[in-house]
Write a protein that binds this ligand. Structure first.
Ligand code: DGL
Length: 270
């Protein structure tokens, strides 16, 4: 099984920020990335719909004999991990919420943590629960910052529009007053793309947690403890999407910071 690929699942191209971190952390592994671009966005859909989509994705990924599945989508991680585990028995599944919550608890001195995500992630309160399980004294301020998703996909990641939107959402949430949060969790695949605008809106003192890097190290640990790390060879990535190979390649190249050719994106049905 050490030669088997690691699956990475997301609602679309956003999870490529997590894939980027995984490739950096695990440069000898093979990856299969599935973006459900036909049904994106997940963040504004009901919990039931997201769970149904995620279950279908897990069933499709069962054919690829994965050694591990990373659910890069925060919205799906927040609502659908148990359903996905039922569909992929025996395959370790790592979501992004638990590693992100762990990193936030370690980063925060005051215990007041702000979380931003999609509507679905915030409504499901998964980050709150994961943080409170680790730190019962924590105080969490959560906010859906849905426009960030559209900005990141449009490539409007810096400049006056991105900064105005970041200020619109974050200035009230991250007040510099004494009991404001000292840590901000980027609880969505797209938000690292806006890191500079977010930093400018919240100020230098705020600790910002990007769950991509912490998830990648959780995956390494998971594979290491199962004896499944690939020891040699170079990494390879296979891209699967449910719609729009050209758009996936174009927008995805920015998220991955590496050119993806449309011909390298295989379209599949779930
Ligand atoms: N991948 C989603 C997430 O991290 C954001 C995009 C969407 O809403 O589908 O929550």
């Amino acid at each position: 099984m050490t030669e088997a690929p690691i699956g990475v699942f997301d609602s679309g191209v956003g999870g490529l920020t997590v894939l980027r971190a995984l490739v950096t952390e695990l440069p000898q592994e093979r990856f299969i990335y599935l973006g459900d671009t036909a049904r994106l966005p997940y963040g504004t859909k009901s919990r039931e719909s997201v769970s149904r989509y995620a279950a279908q994705a897990a069933e499709a990924l069962a054919d690829y004999r994965l050694k591990c599945l990373v659910v890069a989508c925060n919205t799906a991680s927040a609502s659908s991990l148990p359903t996905m585990r039922e569909r992929l028995p025996g395959v370790p599944i790592v979501g992004v919420i638990e590693p992100g919550a762990q990193a936030a608890c370690e980063a925060s001195l005051s215990g007041h943590i702000a979380v931003i995500g999609t509507e679905g992630t915030v409504r499901g309160r998964a980050y709150e629960e994961a943080i409170l399980r680790r730190r019962s004294d924590a105080r969490i301020s959560a906010l859906a910052t849905q426009l960030f998703v559209a900005l990141a996909e449009e490539g409007v990641c810096s400049g006056p529009i991105a900064l105005a939107v970041a200020r619109h959402y974050l200035q009230a949430l991250c007040t510099p007053e004494r009991d404001g949060p000292d840590t901000l969790v980027l609880g969505c695949t797209h938000f690292p793309m806006l890191a500079k605008a977010i930093r400018a809106a919240v100020g230098e003192k705020m600790r910002i947690v990007d769950s991509a890097a912490t998830t990648a190290s959780a995956v390494r640990q998971c594979l290491h403890s199962a004896g499944l790390l690939r020891r040699c060879g170079s990494h390879a990535v296979r891209f699967l999407a449910t719609d729009g190979a050209e758009r996936f390649a174009r927008v995805g190249s920015r998220f991955l910071e590496r050119t993806i050719a449309p011909r390298d994106v295989e379209l599949i049905d779930l």
